[in-house]
Design a protein around this ligand. Structure first.
Ligand code: G
Ligand code: G
Ligand code: MN
Length: 525
């Protein structure tokens, strides 16, 4: 990736980092506003239902007392006195009376409504109560009543229908009401009502719906055959967004800016790491360490893998897993590889003189494979150090081998120059057996993640066996990486793996240390 692409990508990510939190905050604002409005209609419907049930309870209680009194003549003076007394006690009831043959025979109201024919009831409820809706009397003018009459006794409660819905009067857009649940008949209401809302409940006790531009909450009573509802225009949700947006959008903008700055900071770090790499090359801040490759049968050190190390001028060590990818992205990798080859060549010249069979491994990255120069440098290395055919091994990761054309050409050319080729980190890519067959490789390095699964329960612990089979089918010598225990070494040895690297044998060390160790080993023989 070049610098221009990096900047374009950083800008795109920056724009996303800014806009995404704003869009999210707008979405949340809508959600909040919706919740606010639906909580409002729910609480209104609850309140209407609560009031309706309270009326029902008082009507029930009063009628029951009249029934219990058991007057032989319901309209006796004594029974009417009882009606008055009960009427006084119950603040939710307009009055009490006795109805027979669709007429009010007598009531606590006095004679003014007596003997009026009411006509048939609107319906008989599930609970054995005749319900009459919107009843008016000549003597009471405009006032209309809701009348509940117990079928069994004829005792009735007259109710002012405005009572349960006497809330939120100053908000004309709110509609609310009560209906008989089973018959679906409105008993009392204010404002918009759609018959559909009755069905929306189904056999549930509550429902919230958005329909015909209104947000509706419906609550059914568990005690009586009634349900209450309340609704507001759905447009209220949109209006309410503004209230939440003024809080949430600035939060989103701040979050967006923080995110964008983080992206910018990380991009700059990447660029500054690239700049630091350049300085490091100039100041020779890189050096090599070597990790021995051990013959699993004899325990002899047969070679070593060179591993780059970067110590910055402030003493800080930077891990290769951190800077190698950056070097690959920013085009510095080839200069780093060049430095590695240079450093290794200096060491190897001495090494090969005293240990003619020893081999040195050098890691290449995928970019290196695309360049003619790498091969020239390696050839130069071989010449300069008087390397024998087995002395120099290049390690190429499985993932770098993705392009078959390039892979074949590079491998052929390297091997033509007596350089051995090893496929590194094997098992972490997706190479097929048939593809690998077309490359003339020498070694296969089993990635340490698979060595780590040996004799564990991990689901991937079988994979190493397949890798070993594959290497055998391809006639490749194997080097197991990251061997940490004698059990792992034993397992590998038994399955025909010839070489290994790992902390069990040795950690990577600087060149002088490697030389000392090799000399000591020689003396022991
Ligand atoms: O020791 P370790 O932490 O040394 O190495 C981490 C990773 O960096 C390994 O995957 C190794 O392959 C890679 N690496 C180490 N040295 C070099 C090098 O000189 N060139 C390249 N391309 N990769 C290296
Ligand atoms: O190039 P490659 O990916 O093979 O790099 C080898 C890496 O593995 C280096 O970072 C090296 O320090 C590390 N390593 C070497 N031996 C061991 C080991 O026994 N255990 C673990 N966990 N890491 C190891
Ligand atoms: Mn390696």
């Amino acid at each position: 990736m070049n610098k221009k692409n990096a900047i374009v990508i950083a800008v795109i990510i920056g724009i996303i980092a800014i806009t995404a939190p704003i869009l999210i905050s707008l979405y949340l604002a809508r959600q909040q506003s919706f919740n606010e409005q639906s909580n409002k209609v729910i609480s209104i419907a609850d309140e209407v239902l609560r009031r309706s049930e309270k009326i029902g309870e008082q009507a029930d209680a009063a009628i029951k007392e009249l029934e219990d009194a058991g007057a032989t003549d319901p309209c006796s003076d004594e029974n009417i006195r009882l009606m008055r007394a009960l009427d006084m006690k119950s603040d939710q009831l307009q009055t009490l009376g006795y109805i027979e043959d669709d007429r009010v025979m007598c009531s606590a109201y006095g004679p003014s409504i007596a003997r009026t024919s009411l006509g048939p009831p609107d319906y008989l409820s599930e609970m054995g109560v005749y319900v009459r809706i919107g009843v008016s009397f000549p003597s009471t003018g405009e006032m209309k009543f809701l009348i509940f009459t117990r079928k069994k006794s004829g005792y009735s409660a007259l109710i002012h229908p405005g009572l349960p819905i006497d809330i939120f009067k100053n908000d004309p857009e709110i509609s609310l009401g009560v209906f008989g649940f089973t018959v679906g008949k409105l008993m009392t209401s204010r404002g918009a009502f759609e018959h559909r809302w009755v069905q929306a409940l189904g056999n549930r006790y509550h429902a919230e719906i958005v329909e015909h531009g209104r947000l509706v909450a419906i609550r059914r009573s568990k005690k009586y055959d009634i349900a209450a509802y309340a609704s507001v225009p759905a447009a209220r949700v949109e209006e309410g967004i503004v209230n939440f947006a003024v809080v949430l959008v600035p939060v989103g903008i701040i979050a967006g800016i923080i995110l964008a700055l983080t992206v910018l900071y990380m991009a700059r770090q990447q660029l500054s790491l690239a700049a630091a790499l350049k300085t490091a090359l100039r100041r020779n801040e890189f050096f090599l360490v070597y990790q021995p490759v051990v013959d699993l049968k004899t325990g002899n050190w047969v070679g070593a893998e060179s591993l780059i190390r970067w110590q910055r001028s402030n003493g800080e060590m930077v891990r290769p897993d951190l800077f190698i990818p950056v070097a690959e992205d920013t085009g510095f990798i080839q200069r780093i590889t060049e430095r590695v080859i240079e450093l290794a060549a200096g060491d190897a010249a001495r090494l090969f003189k005293s240990n003619p069979d020893f081999n040195i491994g050098i890691n290449l990255s995928s970019t290196d494979l695309h360049s003619r120069k790498t091969i020239d440098l390696l050839n130069g290395f071989a010449r300069q150090t008087n390397a024998l055919p087995n002395n120099l091994v290049v390690e190429i990761t499985e993932r770098s081998f993705l392009d078959p054309e390039i892979a074949r050409d590079v491998v052929r050319e390297l091997r033509g120059n007596n350089i051995r080729v090893s496929i590194d980190d094997f098992g972490t890519g997706y190479s097929s057996l048939s593809y690998l067959e077309t490359l003339e490789l020498d070694f296969l390095k089993i990635d340490k993640s698979f060595v780590g699964t040996i004799e564990t329960e991990a689901a991937t612990s079988q994979v190493i066996l397949h890798i070993i089979e594959m290497a055998k089918a391809l006639n490749l010598e194997m080097v197991a990486e990251g061997v940490e225990t004698e059990e792992q070494a034993q397992f590998l040895r038994e399955r025909g793996v010839k070489y290994a690297q790992g902390w069990l044998f040795s950690k990577p060390m600087i060149f002088s240390e490697l030389m000392v160790n090799l000399e000591d080993k020689e003396k022991q023989v």
